[in-house]
Design a protein around this ligand. Structure first.
Ligand code: NAD
Ligand code: ZN
Length: 363
């Protein structure tokens, strides 16, 4: 079972191909879109032995000069120093303007490899083979690439669209349980913000999702890529504001991540909690009924995601962290809130007390 999603952008579009076992055809997938003579495969040390090494062999077997560049796993690799090491290694390996960069890994590898592709020799052709659920449904679509600065996530980067994205859902079978579930939070998000029938599909397929059924996963990834592509096509460079709907649950999530020093919660776990906070806020403001929140709660619970903020966190501190973000952006504190399942609206500067009470932390 194979799916294809076309992303149509102003300059040029690209295809996302999705299926089980499709990595076997990666050389054809690339060659159909690019005259490739030299590949730099960028991966991390977890994904290298699982998938990237085999991918590199396929290119070598096709008589294409191939190098594998392996980074340490984890967010700390999304760093200018690591990008610098990769640029340097690429020079030593003889990479030039003709080299194609292929990211094989999760969002960290994709964002970093994309950044290196965007910058080396003023920009190289870039392909992605994402291997986490989060990367397959979110970070591999949209062209945002970059690295972090001290205390400033994704502060240095670019919009650099890939020439193609190949998504093998079979790679999800080896993903650690928490990483898999964290990716599911972003999947649920798409249903809430723009697709009620998809939300209902997720409710109906919860058991298959928990069992990592590959046909269901392929359909889920296809649907999420299509939904994100629709948003990105409407707002390629984050100018019209349409992309903001993707931030549902994220204002709360960012405060939760900061309050826990980015160590206790995976991003998707923070998104799950943050979506429920945002939904409660919408209830308080009289925008939705309690049913909209309870359906999200039930689905997220069924998918094994955390539902409440860690009880030791101070609600006032979380509120401070949210409003600190506001100062950084020198504007209003914007929340994306549901108006019903499948539709969200931007709400600027809701009352602080309502935001605080929506955290569910009492006090
Ligand atoms: P990640 O890349 O760190 O991967 C999570 C862990 O899973 C890592 O340890 C990795 O080695 C391992 N792994 C990857 N694939 C595996 C597999 N198939 N089997 C077993 N282990 C595997 O994390 P992530 O959640 O994929 O990505 C997070 C990053 O994505 C963040 O840096 C975030 O900023 C970024 N992101 C970017 C965008 C964007 O639009 N560019 C959107 C959302 C998130
Ligand atoms: Zn997110």
């Amino acid at each position: 079972l194979q799916h294809s999603v076309r992303v149509d952008l102003a300059e040029r579009g690209y295809d996302i191909e999705i299926g089980e076992g499709v990595l076997e055809g990666i050389v054809d997938f690339v060659q159909q879109r690019h005259a490739v003579s030299h590949v730099a495969v960028i991966t991390d040390s977890n994904v290298d032995g699982l998938y990237a090494d085999a991918v590199a062999d396929r290119f070598s077997d096709a008589d294409i000069e191939t190098h594998v560049l392996v980074i340490d796993p984890g967010e700390s690799s999304k760093d200018p120093e690591v990008a610098h090491d990769l640029w340097q290694t690429m020079i030593e390996e003889g990479c030039d303007r003709q080299t194609m960069v292929l990211a094989v890994g999760g969002g960290v590898v994709g964002d970093l490899a994309g950044f290196v592709a965007a910058t080396f020799a003023r920009g190289l052709t870039f392909f992605q083979a994402p291997t986490t659920l989060l990367a397959q449904v979110d970070s591999s679509v949209g062209g945002k690439v970059g690295v972090n600065l001290e205390g400033a996530k994704n502060m240095v980067g670019a919009f650099w669209q890939p020439a193609g994205v190949l998504i093998d859902v079979a790679t999800l079978t080896t993903l650690p349980d928490r990483e898999y579930r964290a990716g599911l939070a972003e999947v649920v998000k798409y249903g809430v913000i723009m697709d009620e029938p998809f939300f209902a599909y997720l409710e109906a397929q919860a058991d298959a999702i928990n069992g990592r059924d590959s046909a269901v996963l392929a359909e889920i990834v296809r649907r999420c890529c299509r939904l994100k592509a629709d948003v990105v096509e409407a707002d390629e460079r984050e100018e019209s504001g349409r992309r903001a709907i993707l931030n549902y649950g994220h204002t709360f999530c960012h405060a939760l991540e900061a309050a826990t020093n980015y160590t206790r919660l995976l991003h998707g776990e923070g998104v799950a909690i943050g979506m429920l906070c945002a939904s409660r806020l919408a209830e308080r403001l009289g925008r939705i009924g309690a049913d909209v929140t309870s359906r999200q709660h039930a689905l997220l619970e069924k998918l094994g995601l955390p539902l409440t903020a860690p009880a030791d966190l101070d609600p006032d501190e979380l509120v401070r962290l949210m409003w600190r973000d506001k100062k950084v952006s020198a504007g209003k504190l914007n929340f994306i809130l549901p108006s019903r399942l499948g539709e969200v609206e931007l709400v600027a500067d809701p009352p602080v007390g309502d935001v605080r009470d929506s955290l569910g932390l009492g006090g």
